[in-house]
Design a protein around this ligand. Structure first.
Ligand SMILES: Nc1ncnc2c1ncn2[C@@H]1O[C@H](COP(=O)(O)OP(=O)(O)OP(=O)(O)O)[C@@H](O)[C@H]1O
Length: 477
């Protein structure tokens, strides 16, 4: 094999660092790990090099003699480069690091850092980059996420047809019926339609028809006049009037009682309503979007839902496929939720673990996107810091009656601790304790929240706190 052929198979890491000592140190450390390292000392050099080559990884200092590393990163991303980038910042500029992550950096290192940190960050970024490519699961481009529908992920994948409809639907004032299993994003789509519609500056009023008993739902929706029923001490406008000028979103419309259905039909037909106990007609100007996971056609045939109302509600029907029917969207969704929840909690945005990705794509997600989001949120909270990279727990999403050794790997001891584990029982106890402490800290001591994060009941959490003798001061992060 020629020297050149050998080079071609080596992983190439470019380092942009203007301080010579550091550049040489990184070069030595990474070369010793078998990487082909290209040292660069300025933005100009980096640009010249990047115009010719696409390295497997770029380690980029922020403050360079002839410019700003983040500007270079921005430029790379806007040119569509997917090269993973680790940003290096000086101590005290963590805000810039956050900026870097938002600009698309895979990771960041705050100076000074140890050689081990450098190596583990480089290894993790390379691994993540490779896996994404290997699995052909590259996350959708940032712009795609910002496409019509704002936060809607999958508009270039499984929601392509829906996304193509959205602009036209939004521009019209027609009623829309969004169908799909629970958690498929029906409310998000409704909000997207509203946000892109001429009514965008008006209110978006969301009502869950399944959440209230029939009589209460009716008075909430239509309002009431003073004395309409016991307790109606004063006239109150309903939510339909509150949506005047905007959009009324009726979630779980299949759960609406027949009487309320008749009242709603009048709103759709005549654009007016009468408050409960009142006689005066109140005019309203609103668009109605409704959603259901039920088979309304069957309900209409069976007499549980008014056929004439269904006909009016479903002028534009939109069907949202279940997540298992659009597994190609899963990596993008995971990235999106990692971003959302890590940023919200002030954590570094982790890259998804390749094992999690593989399992996530294979898993059927009966609770759809909501279940996936809950999984990612928990992963963010329970993920461990390994050097500076947050590992997503390798818990397979919960299919899986048959998993036998689940939670050890979920919060497995960090490698440096592993050698000291004596028995499996001890390892499990240690991992369990760590998970409980992490959840309590993340929940700022609120046990109900911590229990939810851990996926256990309040009582189980309470027992675990005692069993592991977790002291009160640990509850507060
Ligand atoms: N395509 C998507 N991109 C980004 N986030 C999504 C997407 N679909 C759903 N979500 C998120 O998943 C969660 C559940 O979505 P949503 O509440 O819209 O579902 P739903 O179908 O209305 O559920 P339900 O029928 O139970 O009311 C929300 O947090 C939503 O933001």
């Amino acid at each position: 094999m020629t020297a050149e052929a050998g080079e071609a198979h080596r992983t190439e890491v470019a380092i942009v660092e203007d301080e010579r000592n550091l550049r040489e140190l990184y070069l030595d450390v990474l070369s010793a790990r078998g990487l082909h390292v290209v040292p660069l000392e300025s933005v100009a050099q980096a640009e010249a090099y990047l115009s010719q080559r696409a390295p497997d990884l770029l380690v980029l200092d922020v403050k360079l003699g002839d410019g700003d590393g983040l500007v270079l990163l921005d430029k790379l991303r806007s040119q569509g480069s997917r090269t993973p980038v680790i940003v290096v910042t000086a101590f005290g500029t963590v805000e810039r690091a956050v900026q870097a992550l938002r600009a698309g950096a895979a990771d960041f290192l705050v100076k000074p850092f140890s050689n081990e940190r450098l190596v583990s960050a480089v290894a993790a970024a390379l691994e993540a980059g490779r896996r994404w490519e290997e699995l052909e699961l590259a996350a959708p481009k940032l712009e795609a996420r910002k496409a019509p529908g704002g936060e809607l992920v999958g508009t270039e994948g499984g929601l392509k047809d829906v996304a193509a409809l959205l602009p036209r639907v939004a521009a019209s004032d027609a009623t829309v019926l969004v169908r799909g299993e629970s958690g498929t994003g029906k409310e998000l789509v409704a909000r997207a339609i509203h946000a892109a519609s001429p009514r965008m500056d008006g209110p978006f009023v969301s009502v869950n028809c399944a959440a209230l008993p029939a009589s209460l739902l009716e008075s909430e929706l239509f309002g009431f006049e003073r004395g309409a029923f016991t307790g109606a001490h004063a006239r109150r406008k309903g939510l339909i009037e509150a949506a005047d000028g905007g959009t009324l979103f009726l979630d779980e419309i299949g759960d609406m009682a027949l009487e309320a259905q008749s009242r709603l039909l009048r709103v759709l037909q005549e654009r007016e309503l009468t408050r409960i106990g009142g006689r005066e007609a109140v005019r309203v100007d609103l668009r109605v979007i409704s959603a259901t996971h039920r088979d309304l056609d069957a309900m209409a045939s069976g007499g549980q839902f008014r056929a004439d109302l269904l006909y009016r509600l479903a002028v534009i029907p939109i069907h949202l496929p279940a997540l298992r029917e659009r597994a190609e969207d899963i990596p993008g969704l995971i990235e999106h939720f990692l971003d959302k929840h890590a940023t919200r909690k002030g954590l570094r945005v982790p890259r998804p673990d390749s094992e999690v990705l593989r399992r996530a794509v294979a898993y059927p997600w009966p609770g759809n996107v909501r279940e996936l989001e809950n999984f990612v949120e928990r992963a963010v909270v329970l993920g461990r810091f390994d050097g500076e990279s947050l590992r997503v727990p390798t818990k397979a999403p919960p299919p899986m009656a048959a998993r036998e050794e689940p939670r050890v790997s979920e919060v497995a001891p960090a490698p440096e601790e592993a050698g000291s584990v004596a028995t499996l029982r001890e390892a499990v106890a240690r991992a369990e304790r760590a998970a409980v402490v992490a959840a309590l800290q993340a929940a700022r001591g609120q046990k109900t929240v911590a229990a939810r994060l851990l996926g256990v009941s309040y009582k189980t959490l309470f027992n675990k706190i005692h069993e592991h003798d977790i002291r009160e001061e640990l509850h507060i992060g």
